[in-house]
Design a binder for this molecule. Structure first.
Ligand SMILES: *Cc1c(COP(=O)(O)O)cnc(C)c1O
Length: 493
């Protein structure tokens, strides 16, 4: 057993103890072998923990308490938009009419669910300025790949077979070049200039008749607005390429400006980020994509269409790139995002972005005296600071991130984007109070002071968590992801 931690559920196990009680059978009892072919029957007992109902409850409650989520504390993970997940969303997603419906049901029996899908598409068209939407992709990364496959189909349909390159900035999220490569393109890097924006002169040297697309997020992953977006649009369009918008940073600009109006041809959104779907820990996501009319015929099928007053699932889409996810995508996440959009309304969504930007600028200005600020202009919904001053005192950004855990904060994103040394990327979101923002800023300033006066306390952090510092190389190369029963048997012997 780990020191200071509670027993594992396997260690609590006692033979023949149960977490359930059922009434006696009222029907004749069959031998398993009467109903299942013997070759499918287990020969040894399953090695499952046997435990009482109360101990089972405690086991799961303890596990949940060890987790850090938005509901337990501040979570300023840049690029991830860890905002509050309103509980009314959960209530709607659990309504029996939605929760118990099945995607194989006849269209006529699920008109309400199809209406939600269709309505959601209409809302997202309005928010993004795109002509058509599909909700199918399961996450942002899958949305990127889906849209790139459509852009590929578009070029191929035009007999344009040499467009093999996708341009991505050096500050891009790792999924961008990865999606480009998985979609069969070569990813080409465009440099950032001294203001953290796309270097236009460098871009001009990269575009040509082999350019399939450029992938950008605006504001970019440094939290900075690409002021030259219209010039970038012209450069790429004149070369025959398409503009792809990574919508992970939409929380900065919702209802203020639209990717469609900036000249983008395709976008993905992360419903689990901007639109309050719960995320982290690998839960279901949703990465709808939107496209301009000339790409629309390549959308994944099936499509949900409205005819008169009713809704229909259209499977006959001749130029579609095919299906990218079973049925319509992660419906439960649409319900949550739909509830959020309807609760906020257009004015509410605008206020969300304004407050997200205000909160980020407030924190950035409070921190700039203590930490190096690589880009001085106002930020949008997130900002990047560098721990390069603290590094000179022997304390790295990683150490400060670990120390934050002792104060109950989830650390910001660190060492990303790759083009800023010792960076920390902070995204507060609009849902946090001024007191929370101040608390976090004060703590970071305090940690910087510790780095100066008592560096060991930072270098040895965290001090309050169940597990201290892991050997990150070993953890990455030889991860132990599964409980090994032998460990316990050995220990008991
Ligand atoms: C989160 C994120 C992605 C990927 O989205 P997933 O939904 O996690 O697949 C892409 N780009 C940026 C900038 C992101 O922050």
């Amino acid at each position: 057993m780990l020191k200071g931690s509670s027993p594992l559920i396997f260690e609590r196990s006692t033979e023949d103890r149960f977490a359930y009680s059922l009434p006696d059978l009222e029907v004749e009892k069959h031998e398993l072998s009467d109903i299942i072919d013997t070759k499918f029957i287990r020969r040894t007992k399953a090695e499952l923990p046997e435990i009482s109902e109360l101990d089972l409850m405690r086991h799961y409650t303890e596990l949940s308490n060890k987790n850090h989520g938005v509901d337990s504390g501040f979570y300023p993970l840049g690029s991830c938009t860890m905002k509050y997940n309103p509980k009314i969303n959960e209530k709607v997603a659990r309504m029996p009419g939605f929760a118990n419906s099945h995607p194989e049901q006849n269209d006529k029996a699920i008109q309400g669910s199809l209406e939600i899908v269709h309505d959601m598409q209409e809302h997202l068209k309005e928010i993004t300025g795109m002509d058509e939407i599909t909700l199918q992709p399961a996450a942002g990364a899958q949305g990127e790949w889906t849209a790139l496959m459509m852009i590929k189909a578009f070029h191929e349909a035009n007999g344009d077979h040499n467009r093999t390159k996708v341009i991505v900035p050096d500050s891009a999220h790792g999924t961008n070049p990865a999606s480009a490569v998985v979609a069969g393109f070569e990813a080409v890097t465009v440099k950032s200039n001294e203001r953290g924006l796309v270097d236009i002169d460098h871009l001009k040297t990269l575009v040509g008749d082999d350019t399939a697309a450029i992938m950008l997020t605006n504001p970019n992953t440094l939290g900075l607005f690409e002021e030259d977006i219209l010039e970038i649009r012209d450069i790429v369009h004149e070369a025959g390429g398409k503009l792809y918008y990574d919508g992970a940073n939409l929380n900065a600009i919702m209802a203020k400006v639209r990717p469609g109006d900036m000249g983008f041809d395709a976008v993905h959104l992360n419903l689990h980020k901007t639109f309050t779907g719960p995320h982290g820990g690998g839960g279901p996501g949703s990465g709808p994509i939107g496209v301009k009319a000339e790409l629309a015929k390549f959308l994944p099928k099936p499509l949900v269409v409205k005819e008169g007053d009713s809704y229909r699932v259209e499977h006959n889409v001749p130029d579609s790139i095919g299906r990218v996810k079973p049925f319509y995508g992660n419906f439960g996440i649409f319900l949550r995002a739909y509830t959020y959009i309807r609760t906020m309304g257009p004015d509410g969504l605008k206020e969300v972005s304004e407050n997200a930007v205000l909160n980020a600028n407030y924190m950035m200005r409070r921190l700039e005296g203590t930490f190096e600020l690589p880009y001085k202009q106002h930020c949008k919904h997130e900002f990047v600071i560098s721990g390069s001053r603290q590094k000179k005192m022997g304390v790295r950004t990683l150490d400060m991130a670990k120390r934050l855990l002792d104060f109950g904060y989830h650390p910001p994103t660190i060492y990303f984007p790759l083009n800023v040394e010792e960076c920390m990327m902070v995204e507060p979101t609009e849902t946090e109070s001024k007191e929370t923002l101040d608390g976090f800023v004060d703590t970071l300033i305090h940690i910087s002071k510790e780095a100066e006066e008592d560096p060991d306390i930072v270098l040895e952090a965290p001090h309050t968590t169940v597990i201290g510092r892991l050997d990150e190389t070993q953890a990455a190369r030889k991860p132990v992801l599964r409980f090994q029963r032998e460990d316990i048997i050995e220990e008991k012997e």
